[in-house]
Design a protein around this ligand. Structure first.
Ligand code: GDD
Ligand code: MG
Length: 352
């Protein structure tokens, strides 16, 4: 049986703005690579190399980063929605490019799932669909999934209200679907897989199976989670071979220039072409993605993208800085700050 995969990459990434105003969420940098490469790894490990990317928002930016997939040993097919069709409409739109069975993934989830085991359970239970579940503290931002004792899904409630929260297990954003069941979806109109297809499939009496993933799982779609994923990769909570050399308990790329009078501590990443000048401090949870110049400033628990410059005596903490940002001298870029492309912060300024 032919199993293909779909990755849903057409969302606008509104909660990650301004980082995603120009760059779609699936290809934002996470340490040393565009995010989607982690998902390609997961699929390739399960020998799934025939992958459809359902694109709608800035498709050219995704194609520019991933091309035809050759460099990642996969074959990528791009299926475009002229206007976004939602999570279900996107899958329906790609129906013609699929085999008999399809793995569908949200394009913003990082997890160490055992896809081989998920596919095995799907086959053994003869399910029409299998949904991967993950326990979280608060399901309200996710899709809540109820099951019976046999692991059969009995209810799917997207973004449940407080009074609807009956379990801590949520939709982890990865499904295996029998392609024939896409007949439940309308064609060419916006449609939600979570609000439409799953409730309809459950109501039809078909077997919808749950597979609980207890390991690492994160949706990178908010500022706080995007910072968190960097810390998790740097601290080894999610294993990943970072393309840089070890330096203390952090990593520095071989092309980074670090002054001996700079202090680097905790779990950090200094990427290609970065310059860290005398008197700078790069502290725990910080990632300088590429060509960042820190000239005697302190960076703490922050992610800083390319070609950005931070002046002497400044403190950047708990912040996200995108490309070509200029932070002057003696500034405080505080917790929760998120600076878009080309922002200039003049000397002695404070943000949040
Ligand atoms: N092609 C396409 N077209 N993709 C879309 C569209 C669309 O119109 N709308 C959203 N997507 C993609 C996004 O790019 C993202 O990769 C994925 O679908 C999920 O969208 P999000 O906007 O990130 O949804 P969410 O995080 O609020 O909720 C979803 O994920 C949770 C797990 O992280 C739901 O599936 C929840 O049920 C789930 O718990
Ligand atoms: Mg999401």
């Amino acid at each position: 049986m032919k199993t293909s995969a779909i990755i849903l990459v057409g969302g606008e990434g509104t909660r990650l703005r301004p980082l995603t105003l120009d760059l779609p969420k699936p290809v934002v940098p996470v340490l040393d690579r565009p995010f989607l490469k982690f998902q390609l790894d997961l699929l390739r490990k399960a020998s799934i190399t025939d992958i459809v990317l359902c694109v709608a928002f800035r498709p050219e930016r995704i194609r520019a980063v991933l091309g035809d997939g050759h460099a990642d040993s996969v074959q990528l097919t791009y299926v475009l929605e002229e206007t976004p069709l939602g999570t279900g409409g996107a899958v329906k739109n790609a129906e013609g490019a699929l085999g008999e069975r399809v793995v569908v993934m949200n394009g913003d989830v990082l997890a160490d799932m055992d896809l081989g085991a998920i596919l095995k359970m799907h086959g053994e239970t003869r399910a029409a669909a299998t949904i991967v579940l993950h326990p979280v503290d608060n399901p309200s931002a996710y899709g809540l999934v109820e099951t019976d004792q046999t692991g059969r899904v009995t209810r799917f409630v997207e973004k449940p209200k407080p009074e609807e929260i009956t379990t801590n297990r949520i939709n982890a954003g990865l499904y295996v679907l029998e392609t024939r069941t896409l007949s439940l979806m309308p064609k060419g109109v916006p449609y939600s897989i979570e609000r439409g297809y799953f409730p309809a499939l459950i109501a039809s009496g078909e077997r919808v199976q749950a597979f609980t993933h207890e390991g690492y799982w994160i949706d990178i779609g908010t500022h706080q989670k995007y910072l968190q994923v960097h810390l998790d990769l740097l601290s080894g909570r999610f294993p990943h071979e970072i393309q840089a050399s070890r330096r203390g308990s952090g990593y520095a790329h071989e092309t980074a220039v670090i002054d001996p009078a700079a202090v680097l501590e905790g779990h950090f990443y200094v990427g290609p072409g970065c310059q860290v000048g005398a008197g700078s401090r790069i502290e725990d949870g910080s990632a300088l993605i590429s060509n960042v110049r820190v000239q005697g400033a302190t960076i703490r628990q922050s992610v800083v993208w390319g070609d950005t410059e931070i002046g002497g005596g400044s403190l950047v903490e708990g912040a996200l800085l995108s490309n070509r940002v200029r932070v002057g001298r003696h500034c405080h870029v505080g917790r929760g700050s998120a600076l878009g492309d080309g922002v200039v912060i003049s000397d002695h300024s404070r943000t949040s």
